[in-house]
Design a protein around this ligand. Structure first.
Ligand code: IDP
Ligand code: MG
Length: 138
């Protein structure tokens, strides 16, 4: 069964949107198999976003994702990675399709409310940064 790491980012947490966003994923038939709240530190943020470390927005991104507590979750289902990316929409909420989570809730290209893994391989790597095996209930 395919899994994806989902983060509810600080902008959405601060507006009380965690439940609404997770409800959309559950409503689409994805199964919630792990869940926690945490305040990411700089080291975890730099590891999670390591592929972006040369990007001009990297420093700001790390500051933003560590600015407030977040929710981390694992959602599971057939084709979960692709399905969740579709439900979330484009990185920039202004370019996201109607009816997507980022279109409805995202504020701008950085404060876009959610993270979701972009491949099944990266999902497995990302999940290890947030959950131990015994915290996951498939
Ligand atoms: P994704 O979250 O849709 O996979 P990525 O390109 O992996 O998008 O970027 C990771 C995160 O970095 C985005 O979700 C967003 O918060 C931030 N980000 C991406 N591009 C920009 C940008 O051009 N300016 C500022 N922040 C950005
Ligand atoms: Mg990405």
């Amino acid at each position: 069964m395919e899994r994806s790491l989902v983060l509810i980012k600080p902008d959405a947490m601060e507006r009380g949107l965690a439940g609404a966003i997770m409800g959309r994923l559950q409503g689409a038939g994805l199964k919630l198999t792990a869940l926690r709240t945490l305040h990411m530190d700089k080291s975890l943020a730099e590891r999670h976003y390591a592929i972006h470390k040369e990007k001009p927005f990297f420093k700001d991104l790390v500051e933003y994702i560590t600015s407030a507590p977040i929710v981390a979750a694992i959602f599971e289902g057939d084709g979960a990675v692709e399905r969740i990316r579709k439900l979330m929409g484009a990185t920039d909420p202004a370019k996201a399709e109607e009816g997507t989570i980022r279109k409805d809730y995202g504020l701008d290209v950085q404060r876009n409310s959610t993270h979701a893994s972009d491949s099944p391989e990266n999902a497995e790597i990302e999940i290890k940064n947030f959950f131990s095996v015994k915290e996951i209930f498939s």
